[in-house]
Design a protein around this ligand. Structure first.
Ligand code: MRU
Length: 341
């Protein structure tokens, strides 16, 4: 897949408009951080690592916009831009991680804003490159868990489109295939935004990786019928006691546990937030119309009926067989030992 987001030579942020997939592959370009913030909010770009990089690039645009201001005003404006970007979506830790990383660069150089802007652009570009490298390592570590002939179930889209490139949950699949293994993918459709049906199926087909889409309610039956060997999902935030990922992940994990099927979570370390517990995390609630209408087009509930639209799920660690990071594969206990510090 082509990169989901990049910094252009003329200092713009270019991204795939994921709301148009799978029907159209079109790009958006922004030279204003407000536009980038809005693209995260309305999900032109989505997926925890991708929105992290978008946030960093949005911050870089803000430094360009304000670079001619005196330092004190510059810093005030930058804090305001950071607040706007941070307020777009509440659950994925990468968004906050990325904004903080950029703020650290800004605050650690008591230089003039003109120079800071150059440094921040370089940092944002570096974060995009790091994302790809991290995903490739997740791929190598996770590929060792997959056997030739495996069918892997995934939920939502934690692929190339959810990152800069290569993906997290789809990385072990890509890597195993590159090693010559034959792997089939089953993608949950992922109501209500249909990231599995629209995006996972799109990018796997694009890369000629065999994929079939199922309705969200089918995975338990398929596991019982022996049609799924492993589950790999991505994550938006890992706290010390749970994994946060797209709504529906918990039910998949329960079904996998009941059917003794390994359930793995692919997590770049930028997604780890192990100082936190479940209570610290805000689960995003999106507009109820996303549930009541199929992709904003066909209304499926009677007029006046409200729908609940929690966007993320909480999966306790007792259901997780292992967490695949860029450093290796870890049990819950090992993960805390390695990264909690
Ligand atoms: O609402 P989305 O599409 O941003 O949700 C994305 C997910 O839940 C992904 O599984 C998660 O961000 C991991 S992406 C590598």
């Amino acid at each position: 897949m082509i990169p989901s987001i990049e910094w252009t030579v003329d200092n713009k942020v270019k991204m795939i408009d994921q709301t148009l997939l799978p029907h159209k592959l079109e790009f958006l370009e922004f030279d204003d951080f407000r536009g980038v913030a809005n693209s995260i909010k309305v999900m032109n770009i989505r997926g925890a690592p991708a929105i992290g990089v978008a946030a960093a690039m949005g911050m870089a645009l803000a430094t360009i916009e304000y670079k001619d201001l005196p330092k004190e005003n510059f810093l005030k404006k930058i804090e305001n831009a950071a607040d706007i970007i941070r307020s777009t979506r509440p659950t994925a830790s990468n968004l906050f991680w990325a904004v903080n990383r950029i703020l650290k660069v800004i605050n650690s150089f008591p230089d003039n804003p003109l120079n800071i802007s150059e440094l921040v652009i370089e940092e944002a570009k570096l974060m995009a490159q790091e994302d790809i490298n991290v995903n490739k390592n997740i791929g190598k570590n996770g590929a060792a868990l997959l056997q030739d002939g495996d069918t892997v179930l995934t939920h939502c889209n934690a692929g190339s489109l959810a990152t800069v490139q290569y993906g997290t949950a789809l990385a072990p699949i890509r890597s195993a295939i590159e090693m010559g293994k034959s792997i089939n993918v089953i993608a949950d459709e992922t109501r209500p935004r249909l990231q599995g049906a629209r995006l996972t199926a799109y990018e796997l087909q694009y890369d000629k990786i065999p994929v079939k889409v199922i309705s969200d309610t089918s995975s338990g039956l398929l596991m019982r019928l022996g049609k799924i060997d492993k589950v790999i999902v991505g994550t938006d935030r890992v706290t010390s006691d749970a994994v946060f990922n797209k709504i529906g992940t918990y039910l998949v994990a329960l079904a996998a546990f009941d059917n003794k099927i390994p359930f793995y979570v692919a997590a770049p370390t930028s997604t780890l937030s192990l100082q936190e517990t479940i209570e610290d995390v805000t689960i995003e609630q999106r507009d109820s119309s996303e549930v009541g209408n199929v992709l904003g087009k066909v209304q499926i509930v009677p007029n006046g009926v409200e729908c609940l639209n929690y966007a993320f799920d909480i999966t306790p660690f007792r259901l997780v067989s292992g967490v695949i990071t860029e450093d290796g594969v870890f049990t819950h206990e090992e993960l805390l030992k390695k990264y909690k510090g």
